[in-house]
Design a protein around this ligand. Sequence first.
Ligand SMILES: Cc1ncc(COP(=O)(O)O)c(C=O)c1O
Length: 258
Amino acid sequence: MEQNDVQGLLLKVLDVLHKSGALSPAEDSKVVEFHQPQDLEEILSAFNLNESCSESRLLELVGETAKLSVRTGHAMFFNQLYGGVDKYGLVGALVSEALNTSAYTHEVAPVFSLSEREVMKASLKLVDFKDGDGIFSPGGSISNMYGIVVSRYKKFPNVKQTGLFSLPPLVLFTSQESHYSITKGAHWLGLGTDNVVKVKCDDRGRMIPSELESAIAKTLSEGKVPLMVNCTAGSTVLGLLGRHPSPLRKTSKPTSWN
Ligand SMILES: Cc1ncc(COP(=O)(O)O)c(C=O)c1O
């Protein structure tokens, strides 16, 4: 095979993935060929990272990887955050990787920077957010941290220059059911985990508005500053069906501390 025959290699990889059943797993196939970690380590010891290998060996290893991986596109695979493999999504990922571009300037990414804008517009429309802006982020933790940073900047714009040193203790309110990345964000951004108040929820995982109000009142009485209320719309444990009513709509004085 020619050194730069990208197309030839891609077609072979695609063929291996197809034959392994990874692209459209048969209903009667296993979701995973499970091995305990120590046993899997033994099996994978054949993947010697210290040696170069031929392309045909590389293709074998791709096949082994597909065979030993969980088939997340299988009809019997159920897990939070997964919705199967979308063929257009997969093609989109391949096109993005193949073009090896970025989205930072018009010069290097004329199409991608414009499409980023369009996708953002469509996303804002989905949540009915008028005159908004946004950013694509690589995951939940960093998105939640962006949220904390934005609310801190909105309330204390000087934080950009002075850092945390000029600020009073800031308190973040979140639902008892919220993801631990909120606490992690409070740690990483210097708010401190003691300043995260986990507000009680009802038996369906909804934040109880009166509990939120009392928590805010307590914070104010301690001379601390309520910074933000993080609302959880569904959780990986309880899920979400239908529209999630914001507890803020039920809180009588949501802006009394802002
Ligand atoms: C609501 C929520 N926030 C944050 C995260 C963490 O995301 P990441 O693994 O990208 O840090 C998750 C992951 O499940 C999540 O469901």
